[in-house]
Design a protein around this ligand. Structure first.
Ligand SMILES: C=CC1=C(C)c2cc3[nH]c(cc4nc(cc5[nH]c(cc1n2)c(C)c5CCC(=O)O)C(CCC(=O)O)=C4C)c(C)c3C=C
Ligand SMILES: [Fe+2]
Ligand SMILES: [Fe+2]
Length: 333
């Protein structure tokens, strides 16, 4: 008899509403995770409560408000895209099953922080008779700040449990040929529609430099993705660069910083750039606001003439096909 299987796509999470209260509650859950911020707890507790959670929600809520809805959807983009990616993957997998009998896995989604959480998602699936789970973090590059917390949450779910189900976690897919090809196609299509800029910048979410020094392979994964994408697009070394965005706090993060590099390029006379964000499977605050608005302004104010942002893979069919391939390679569907 075939076991009932389920795939759970996971992403970071997002506020439930674009208000200071909604942002505060999301940041509290996210920034309390020791995997994300490694500052010793008593000190971090004071900084988090006295400064971060009192000041940042008021500053960030208007930015969330700006990206909250578009012509296509209502609400937070990362929530919308993650939910729709799960629906599209589910449709693709069941369309491939024998008519009438769904032999493939059902597909749903969960967020590491905020709703829907992993615990309630797994509990619902177990109630529905699911015995085998595949957790697929939508982080192509592994990081101790994003992928590892998902391992922690899965382990915590079953601590002390007698009947631990068969549950697998995808570690990364930073060099998967279908991932690289989907990124390359999105760039080629962007060139065909908008013309080609002087340089392509691959901007990844940053992390503290010390995390990499202590063993996080994130930088290595970002470098490999970038080289493979540059190769697929037949770019010369002076036609592209890699950088890191979204620095948080005073510590040194991975360099070069996206904002600094774009300002330097503008001052040096680089006329036009396009920016792609390969570490994000879905558009979100960090791409739609930080890159397409804030960093665009930095480049143009520094002398740059043309800036364009290449959207994340979101609901592209080649992205959903890549997710199907990852699911299959893990013995599901
Ligand atoms: C210590 C701080 C942070 C680390 C480390 C970090 C790593 C990291 N984050 C993502 C993906 C996303 N981050 C997003 C938002 C966001 N990230 C941080 C801080 C760290 N991230 C903050 C404080 C925020 C909230 C916004 C803000 O206050 O500036 C998001 C967007 C969520 C949304 O609602 O749209 C994503 C996605 C990755 C991939 C990563 C390490 C590799
Ligand atoms: Fe982040
Ligand atoms: Fe940001």
């Amino acid at each position: 008899m075939q076991m009932k299987k389920a795939v759970i796509l996971m992403n970071l999470g997002t506020p439930s509403e674009p208000t200071p209260a909604g942002v505060r509650s999301f940041l509290k859950a996210f920034l309390s995770d020791r995997r994300v911020v490694e500052i010793p707890r008593p000190l971090w507790w004071v900084i988090l409560n006295a400064f971060v959670l009192t000041l940042r929600p008021k500053k960030v809520a208007p930015a969330y408000e700006e990206i909250w809805s578009s012509g296509d959807f209502e609400g937070s983009p990362i929530f919308y895209y993650t939910r729709e990616q799960a629906a599209a993957l589910g449709k693709l997998l069941s369309a491939e099953c024998d008519a009438g009998e769904v032999k493939g896995a059902r597909v749903t989604f969960a967020m590491t922080y905020g709703e829907p959480g992993l615990q309630s998602t797994v509990a619902q699936l177990r109630d529905a008779g699911v015995e085998q789970f595949l957790v697929l973090p939508l982080y192509p590059q592994y990081s101790c700040t994003t992928t590892a917390p998902i391992y922690d949450q899965v382990a915590a779910l079953f601590t002390g449990s007698r009947n631990v189900p068969d549950i697998r976690i995808v570690n990364n897919y930073h060099d998967h040929p279908l991932y690289i090809e989907a990124l390359a196609s999105s760039v080629r299509e962007h060139w065909a529609q908008n013309g080609r800029s002087e340089r392509l910048l691959m901007s990844y979410h940053g992390i503290p430099r010390s995390y990499v020094d202590k063993g996080d392979p994130y930088l290595e994964h970002c470098q490999r993705t970038s080289e493979l994408l540059a190769e697929a697009l037949e770019l010369q070394p002076d036609e592209w660069a890699m950088s890191f965005q979204s620095r948080f706090g005073k510590a040194e993060w991975l360099k070069p910083y996206t904002s600094e590099l774009l300002k330097t390029w503008g001052r040096e006379g680089v006329s036009s750039v396009e920016v792609i964000c390969p570490a994000f499977a879905s558009d979100c605050l960090e791409t739609l606001e930080e890159i397409a608005e804030e960093n665009c302004a930095y480049f143009l104010e520094s002398g740059g003439k043309g800036f364009s942002y290449i959207p994340c893979l979101n609901l592209r069919q080649d992205h959903i096909n890549l997710l199907r391939a990852v699911v299959r390679e893990n013995g599901f569907a």
